[in-house]
Design a protein around this ligand. Structure first.
Ligand SMILES: NC(=O)c1ccc[n+]([C@@H]2O[C@H](COP(=O)([O-])OP(=O)(O)OC[C@H]3O[C@@H](n4cnc5c(N)ncnc54)[C@H](OP(=O)(O)O)[C@@H]3O)[C@@H](O)[C@H]2O)c1
Length: 365
């Protein structure tokens, strides 16, 4: 989608990421910017046309479509997060989230799709989240609404293909806006997010993975889902599991979650000491690698990794060949440190080695 001469409508444009979209668009060669807002008086950027648009109001959506018939790019950015647990939170709050994050953008798309078609196809940008893929129990309703919005985005892309509308899904972790004000974790600069999304739009992409967190979670989607702290969490840390060192040790990860990692190593005489038994370093390596993979997965949503401080591996029984099963479990997972234990057994379920690893949680970059 070429932005030169484009007419762009941004919803939720008065603050946060929406405002950054507008500021970034001002610097690009677009023909017009409509700032969709609930309060027309809240738009303070020169050269921008405020449009009264509460996305949950059918009347506002209808009026905005009637007033903005020249739109070529619709940016569905408006959203709310009420921090509602699906199990114990207010159902009314969960409904508000679906109204704002799913039904609102859908209503706007339904109103503007014919306008985009009439203006040559254009584009729709839907601001989703990394939480379209993974759930946090404390914000379960928000996650569900963003997952629904992702599904909607995928449906719309297919349905609108024939009219030539580019439909872009935006996935991103925390952004430094009011919505994430209470979050104590690394956050994306909204200006950088806006610029990254617009660059992807111009490049013709259907999906934008704005940050490392989004890229990592997307890459983990083929990993297992485990029940941890009462909630299913997506877990595997592909970067750790795909380490060249882990591969060189022959450790294959079969299943990884935030509190358990299982894998195996098929040992043969290439793993031997000069005196013909499997080298103890094989067990130490497996202990540390399995613990690190699980511990890093456990802190991944805080944009952290876990690094081993001590590794005490006891060698209990020697073997010469066969499959060694590796089973790592979290014993303790604190805010700053974790303790994991790892058992390794042969194909007759005999304990070959037992290790414990203490790890430090550190910022990923
Ligand atoms: N912040 C994050 O960490 C984060 C991470 C991933 C994705 N996102 C997504 O990014 C988008 C922007 O969020 P943000 O971080 O900029 O949040 P924000 O700072 O809380 O701003 C939300 C914006 O949405 C508007 N809005 C809320 N309900 C609306 C409605 N019914 N109709 C029209 N506008 C409405 C707000 O307008 P008022 O001023 O009138 O309330 C405000 O302009 C959202 O879709 C959010 O889910 C945010």
């Amino acid at each position: 989608m070429n932005l030169d001469g484009a007419v762009v409508l941004v919803t939720g444009a008065n603050r946060g990421l929406g405002r950054s979209f507008v500021e970034e668009l001002v610097n690009r060669d677009v023909a017009k910017i409509y700032a969709g807002v609930r309060d027309a008086g809240s738009v303070s950027i020169a050269g921008v046309e405020p449009v009264q648009l509460d996305v949950t109001s059918d009347a506002d959506v209808e009026r905005a479509a009637a007033e903005c018939g020249d739109v070529t790019v619709l940016t569905n950015n408006a959203g709310i997060s009420t921090e509602t647990s699906l199990l114990t939170g207010s159902v009314d709050d969960a409904r508000r989230e679906f109204d704002t994050n799913f039904f609102g953008p859908l209503a706007v798309v339904r109103a503007f799709a014919p306008i985009l078609a009439a203006n040559g196809g254009g584009a729709i940008v839907n601001v989703l989240s990394v939480l379209s893929w993974v759930s946090m129990p404390t914000t379960g309703a928000y996650c569900a609404s963003k997952a629904a919005a992702l599904s909607m985005t995928n449906s719309l892309r297919t349905e609108l293909e024939s009219q030539g509308t580019q439909v872009v899904a935006v996935h991103v972790g925390f952004i430094d806006t009011d919505m994430a004000a209470a979050v104590d974790a690394p956050k994306n600069d909204p200006a950088v997010v806006a610029a990254t999304v617009l660059d992807a739009l111009v490049a013709g992409n259907d999906e934008v993975l704005v940050d490392e967190l989004s890229r990592g979670v997307k890459a983990s989607l083929s990993g297992s889902v485990a029940v941890s702290a009462g909630a299913p969490r997506l877990v595997a840390d592909p970067a750790a599991a795909e380490s060249g060192f882990v591969a060189a040790a022959g450790l294959v990860i079969d299943e990884a979650s935030t509190d358990r990692v299982r894998g195996h190593i098929d040992v043969d005489d290439s793993y031997h000491t000069p005196w013909g038994i499997v080298h103890g370093g094989v067990y130490s390596t497996a202990v540390e690698s399995a613990a690190s993979i699980g511990a890093s997965a456990a802190v991944r949503d805080r944009d952290m990794v876990a690094v081993g401080l001590t590794n005490t591996t006891q060698f209990l029984r020697s073997i010469t060949k066969g499959r060694v099963a590796v089973d790592a479990r979290a014993l303790n997972q604190g805010r700053s440190q974790q303790l994991w234990q790892v058992d390794m057994r042969d194909d007759r379920d005999r304990l070959l080695a037992h290790g414990e690893v203490r790890l430090q949680n550190l910022a990923a970059s």
